[in-house]
Write a protein that binds this ligand. Structure first.
Ligand SMILES: Cc1cc2nc3c(=O)[nH]c(=O)nc-3n(C[C@H](O)[C@H](O)[C@H](O)COP(=O)(O)OP(=O)(O)OC[C@H]3O[C@@H](n4cnc5c(N)ncnc54)[C@H](O)[C@@H]3O)c2cc1C
Length: 233
């Protein structure tokens, strides 16, 4: 049976054409006597987007959407991911897909401890065997799957607009977020920063994006880097 500590794969499969222009034009429209026509310069877009993002006028960011294919993440992660309601999801079905010899994620701390790692792997092997036996006995997959663990991997497609992505990054690139969803958020952030740097230049944990920390963890390295630095300016 396969196991993965880092097989997570994130692909930005589609996005709004010219996402920066779509949002900048939307912002410009709010203060223009006539509908702005045509394109905008890069400097013009940057000016407009910096203003709306820093002032919290972020509804204009809803005009750009991004679709990610996410592979090889645990069900623990996808359960956390789908709590973000301002998004659309399509997830591999455990009712219809037979997960023979299912793949699973081993958390790094467990993988790094030989005793814990052996216990974990043995349990995965046992659950996989029971799942297979239940399926062979003719039990519906939708019932056999009740023995599958949170560690079992899944594939999911998610679409979020840029406003929702900012919220997602604020919460999930924070060092208080769990390691797996934090890794996912950082990979997604990297993708959108390549595609639409003007929209995501300041995206990241809330301390980086807004100079505040809602977690109150003052010994966090990000707190030292972003909140303390900002306060001392
Ligand atoms: C470190 C961490 C620990 C967590 N621990 C737990 C936990 O122990 N238990 C738990 O249940 N969850 C937990 N969560 C999940 C968390 O409570 C949120 O459900 C999740 O982060 C989604 O955030 P969101 O609601 O801002 O996102 P979205 O659902 O995408 O919503 C985006 C924004 O839209 C607005 N919005 C959306 N829906 C509504 C609504 N119905 N009414 C009003 N405004 C709305 C809000 O402004 C919201 O911020 C945790 C999250 C993090 C980051």
């Amino acid at each position: 049976m396969a196991h993965y500590a880092s097989r997570m794969k994130v692909t930005l499969v589609a996005h709004t054409p010219e996402p920066e222009l779509a949002c900048a034009l939307a912002a410009k429209t709010c203060h223009a006597a006539k509908m702005p026509k045509g394109g905008m310069t890069r400097e013009g877009m940057k000016r407009m987007l910096d203003i709306v993002i820093s002032s919290g006028h972020t509804s204009v960011l809803e005009h750009a959407s991004f679709t990610f294919a996410i592979e090889g993440v645990s069900r623990s992660l996808t359960h956390q991911l789908v709590r973000h309601r301002m998004a659309s999801y399509s997830q591999q079905s455990q009712r219809h897909v037979k997960l023979k010899d299912f793949e699973y994620v081993i958390p790094p701390k467990i993988a790094g401890n030989p005793k814990a790692s052996n216990m974990f792997r043995d349990e995965m092997a046992r659950l996989s065997k029971v799942y297979g036996q239940l399926a062979e006995m003719g039990m519906p997959l939708e019932d056999a799957r009740y023995v599958l663990p949170n560690a079992a991997t899944s594939n999911i497609v998610v679409t979020m607009n840029a406003r929702s992505l900012h919220n997602f990054f604020e919460l999930r690139t924070c060092l208080r977020a769990q390691w797996e969803i934090r890794k996912l958020a950082n990979l997604m952030l990297k993708e959108v920063q390549k595609t639409a740097p003007l929209l995501f230049e300041w995206a990241g944990p809330i301390c980086k994006a807004r100079g505040i920390c809602l977690e109150g963890v003052t010994d966090c390295k990000f707190y030292q880097l972003y909140v303390k630095k900002k306060k001392s300016l």
